[in-house]
Design a protein around this ligand. Structure first.
Ligand code: MV4
Length: 460
């Protein structure tokens, strides 16, 4: 096992990794930017080292600075968390060439899954259903039009280098395709330095269901069940849960088996997630594979009892996967709400600032993963996550009741938060009845703003 790990991240996920390391008897090194001096990950790590100023490009994304920090502190491995350098194949390669173990899959696997056309081809080859279209890039408006005619409208344009919804545009008609093509390619060019896009059939009112997998360096691969992440706004997830509600057992089993086939096809090791779109018909399609630990991993941990971060570390150290597929059971139901410093009444605009009060809920079945404390200042430079509130209960209705109770108990003063919006979701029939799909949050939101407009007190 490793003696010392450097964590190339900040916030709650840096703390999450430090906690796993403590239990494994591994010493930790925190890296931080000048603005994160007073962060808990700095205080809770065994060692800490400043790597630069607030802008991520000069600190958490600065490969040479992170490598230097690992060399100075004699760390043996680097955990990238999520975001920042977590899915950067170049970084993973530099780590390995500097004799630092990258806690994640091989650089070549990150590259393959990072290219959406390649990952789609791998899934298809593995016998996993993919959506019609997308067998190659479209290099002009004419090619896009021809592809869309074959597929039939509505279609979606996706950036090959993209993922997570960036560089995506939907076209319902041929008239709308030209603009979609232009904006998708130029967005892709700016965001991913490649304007390459492809066309796929667009499935409306689908559900975003993803499967957690774990693979070791010896080729053992297991799944840990699925999560429903349909509660999103502009591709930002708000609520995640496991198991996915209202999915027939047979569909659920086929989804999980398909995820394992994808992981096997690419020679996956470490923790990963295979994303699917589950259509109203019950058919599902591969969307993409995320080669990192995800924000929403705790819901899977709560229902399976597996510490995913500890497993990631053990796997990177060369250990054989300990949990066996037959031992993995989904017990009860877990829900996570992302509490962000954003104003839901003002288009979810970021609301950084000082937490005048921070009181987290607790009690039976409640878990809070957070780096926040009273007096902590949410900096404007990074994502606005304050806390992940996770509840676990024997059944979904009980988990919802527990989440309402925990949200009521949460006191955050000084910044606007997404708590009121979560309270609304937890009481909305679409959510409580499990009839979620990728468009329902925006529908609730339209309702939310209409209500406010008709409420003179709040509007003022
Ligand atoms: C789709 C889709 C429907 N049809 N592809 C979004 C993020 C990325 N992982 C892939 N995504 C989607 N791809 C086809 N062919 C639906 C989504 C999607 C989505 C779309 C609109 C609004 C919210 C969404 C949430 C999750 C997934």
């Amino acid at each position: 096992m490793f003696e010392k790990i450097l964590i190339a991240n900040r916030g709650e996920i840096a703390l999450r990794v430090i906690r796993a390391c403590r239990e494994l008897g591994i010493r930790t090194v925190a890296v931080y930017s000048e603005t994160d001096r007073d962060s808990l990950h700095v205080r809770f790590a065994d060692e800490h080292i400043c790597i630069g100023p607030a802008p991520a490009s000069e600190s958490y994304l600065a490969v040479p600075r992170i490598i230097a920090a690992a060399e100075i502190t004699d760390a043996e491995a680097i955990h990238p968390g999520y975001g920042f350098l977590a899915e950067n194949a170049h970084f993973a390669e530099v780590c390995e060439s500097c004799n630092l173990r990258f806690i994640g899959p091989d650089p070549s696997v990150i590259s393959k899954m990072g290219d959406k056309l390649t990952s789609r081809a791998i899934a298809k080859q593995a016998g996993v259903p993919v959506l019609p279209g997308g067998d190659g890039p479209v290099n002009s408006m004419e090619e896009a039009r021809a592809a869309a005619r074959l597929i039939g409208y509505p279609v979606i344009l996706k950036a090959s280098g993209g993922g997570g919804g960036r560089g995506m545009r939907i076209a319902h008609t041929e008239a709308a395709l030209a603009k979609a093509f232009t904006t998708a390619s130029s967005e892709a060019k700016v965001a991913f330095k490649s304007s390459e896009v492809y066309v796929e059939k667009y499935v409306e009112k689908g559900r975003h269901v993803e499967v957690q997998v774990l693979g070791d360096q010896k080729g053992n691969i297991i799944h840990l069940g699925e999560r429903d992440c349909s509660s999103q706004r502009r591709y930002q997830k708000l609520v995640e849960e496991s198991p996915a509600p209202q999915v027939p057992t047979k569909v659920q089993r086929r989804l999980c088996e398909a995820a394992v086939r994808c992981a096997k096809a690419v020679g996956y090791q470490s923790a990963g997630t295979v994303e699917f779109l589950l259509a109203p018909s019950g058919d599902f399609y591969f969307l993409e594979m995320n080669t990192r630990i995800q924000v929403e991993h705790p819901v899977t941990e709560m229902v399976t009892g597996v510490d995913l971060v500890a497993e990631q570390i053990r796997i990177a150290a060369g250990e054989t996967l300990r949990p066996r597929q037959k031992d993995i059971l989904q017990q009860g139901h877990a829900i996570e709400c992302r509490i962000n410093a954003e104003d839901p009444a003002n288009n979810f605009s970021p609301h950084p600032g000082r937490l005048e009060t921070y009181h987290a809920p607790g009690g039976f079945g409640v878990r809070v993963d957070s780096h926040a404390y009273t007096g902590y200042r949410i900096p404007p430079n990074y994502d606005s996550l304050i806390a992940k509130l996770i509840v676990h209960a024997p059944t979904r209705p009980e988990a919802i009741i527990r989440m309402r109770r925990a949200l009521d108990e949460f006191v955050i003063e000084g910044v606007r938060t997404t708590i009121p919006f979560h309270q609304r979701i937890m009481n909305h029939p679409i959510f409580t009845e499990g009839r979620v799909h990728t468009g329902y949050v925006e529908e609730i939101l339209a309702q939310f703003s209409t209500d406010r407009a008709y409420s003179p007190g709040e509007a003022a």
